[in-house]
Design a protein around this ligand. Structure first.
Ligand code: B12
Ligand code: SF4
Length: 475
């Protein structure tokens, strides 16, 4: 394509780490793989690409500068609920500069109308690669964008949605992410300072075939596609050669849905002589002890697991598809292998009683995971959970970060918000006691736990719920 007709695309990551309400120390920083993938694809399809990554910036000024200096054909912004307000400012800057703006990513896919109202010209609701190329070419050629697959625009006040865009079939055909679009050294230096390791993010699949009733999957739905193990190893080798990466976070929704695939990946890594440490997010039903052993030998250092609840009744209500016996087996195997475990737990899902919460706390106490997060269930629009509680929503703006992050109660649940907050604090104390077990006399630790339990039973529960507490059973 002649240089003059090449569409120029400015990609923007509006995430500003310094403004993340989660403490900067705890936020894990990786560049957006979605945008790096779009950048590589756009280049492979004849577009010129630049990117403004605000992660380490002070404010959004670099976007205005790039709009002026680069004068792109199209600006494409990655959206998360957390960054909505900044997206609005960025869309206004593009409009003022007369530049066509497109939003994509999880938040705008869930609520495209809000983004169009905020000033974006179009929203891409699913997989972005083919859609952004089509939009860039259409805008450069003065063609219509409305009606294209996977694209939503507003016309005469009405939302015009194009048909669903089929997902890319062959993920191996995608070019390697365009890491050069961001300041990789800055990310790696941050990691090296914090952990001594050069950490990078890698994706081996898109989507998830499971169907947990509270999970929102706005971009890839229930589609599930995997790269070949060879392609994954090629990406890791490139990251090692170019950036001296020695730790990989596999960013898949669920790592290793197929055991045969994991075995092949481990073989391919061994064949290529890849030496690294890595972490994954996985399901307890997929992590059999013998597989964990092999994974640990290959460098598995940390596993994020969605334990969610210590009550089988709750796991069934959530349609998790996991058994408590699997949770226990996996937690024990992780401990035996010396692999760090990070548990995700959820409180306040419909149907949960105080006894169920107690069961979750007991499970937590039994295994003392090294890390955890316990959130208050967030009903995300489009999920079955949201459908169930729609009539009982408390009308709090879902975009409030505290709420979006599971720190606030968003619907009229069985108990008041104060009870859930108190329960979160109990998990905090339990975690501290778990850590103290190695350092203090067991009697002291048990004593503090006992006093906290009695306080919960006799004071906190009656005060916060107006009901008697179920008796706390000893282990
Ligand atoms: C890995 C991951 C992380 C990693 C790495 C994040 C990163 N920088 O990429 C870490 C742990 C650092 C992380 C942090 C956070 N995350 Co996160 N994360 C994920 C996860 C599991 C995968 C993201 C990913 O790489 N996907 C693969 C790529 C290829 O897909 P994609 O990004 O969606 O991009 C595709 C399309 O969406 C689209 N697209 C995306 N952007 C654009 C832009 C344009 C213009 C177009 C046209 C298309 C387009 O095209 C892309 C290619 O097809 C998702 C869950 C999920 N499945 O999306 C959650 C998820 C994105 N994270 C989420 C959240 C809330 C966060 C945090 C805000 C948490 C916090 N601090 O409280 C932070 C924000 C940090 C940040 N830098 O933005 C939420 C966002 C929900 C929402 N509505 O906002 C998700 C959806 C999880 C969830 N269900 O709650 N996260
Ligand atoms: S919570 Fe995890 S396993 Fe369940 S549907 Fe969502 S991504 Fe899949």
């Amino acid at each position: 394509m002649p240089e003059a007709h090449r569409p120029r695309v400015l990609l923007v990551d509006p995430y500003l780490a310094r403004e993340d309400p989660m403490d900067r120390k705890f936020v894990e920083l990786y560049p957006s793989l979605g945008l790096l993938q779009l950048g590589a694809y756009l280049r492979a399809h004849g577009c010129d690409v630049r990117m403004v990554d605000l992660t380490f910036a002070r404010d959004a000024a670099p976007v205005t500068e790039a709009l002026r200096e680069y004068a792109p054909t199209v600006m494409g912004v990655h959206t998360k609920t957390l960054t909505f307000e900044r997206c609005r400012l960025i869309a206004a800057a593009a409009r003022a500069a007369g530049i066509y703006s497109v939003a994509g990513g999880p938040d705008s896919a869930t609520r495209p109308g809000i983004y169009l109202d905020a000033g974006f010209d179009a929203v891409v609701t699913g997989e972005g690669e083919a859609a952004i190329v089509e939009i860039a070419r259409a805008v450069a050629g003065g063609d219509e964008v409305a009606g294209r697959a996977g694209v939503v625009v507003r016309q005469d006040g009405r939302l015009v949605r194009g048909p669903h865009r089929p997902y890319l079939k062959d993920l191996d055909a995608l070019p390697l992410p365009a890491w050069d679009l961001v300041d990789m050294d800055r990310y790696l230096d941050e990691w090296e300072k914090r952990t001594g390791e050069r950490r990078v993010a890698v994706l081996t699949s898109r989507g998830c075939p499971f169907d947990c009733s509270w999970c929102s999957k706005p971009t890839f739905g229930r589609s599930f596609r995997q790269q070949s193990p060879e392609r994954v190893v090629a990406e890791i080798c490139a990251l090692q050669e170019r950036y001296r990466a020695n730790y990989v976070r596999f960013c898949d929704d669920v790592f290793g849905v197929s055991r045969a695939w994991i075995e092949r990946l481990l073989d391919a890594m061994a064949e290529a002589g890849v030496v690294l440490r890595f972490e994954v997010l996985a399901r307890v039903d997929l992590l059999k002890p013998d597989l964990l052993h092999r994974l640990r030998e290959a460098g598995l250092a940390r596993v994020y697991v969605g334990v969610e609840s210590g009550s089988q009744k709750m796991l069934d209500l959530m349609n998790r598809g996991t058994r408590l016996a699997q949770v226990e087996r996996t937690a024990a195997a992780l401990r035996a292998e010396g692999i760090r475990q990070f548990w995700f737990l959820m409180l306040g899902y419909p149907g949960e009683t105080l006894e169920d919460i107690e069961a979750t706390l007991r499970l937590f106490r039994k295994f003392s995971p090294e890390e955890y997060s316990v959130s208050i269930a967030v009903p995300i629009p489009g999920t079955r959970f949201h459908e169930t509680v729609k009539a009982r929503l408390l009308g709090r703006a879902p975009r409030r970060t505290r709420a979006a992050g599971g720190g606030a109660l968003l619907y009229e649940a069985a108990y008041p918000e104060s009870l859930y907050k108190w329960e979160q604090a109990r998990f905090g104390l339990e975690a501290a006691l778990g850590k103290a077990r190695n350092r203090l006399q067991p009697k002291v630790v048990e004593g503090v736990g006992h006093v906290a339990d009695r306080f919960h039973e006799r004071v906190a529960t009656p005060l916060l719920t107006g009901r008697k507490s179920p008796p706390i059973k000893p282990e």
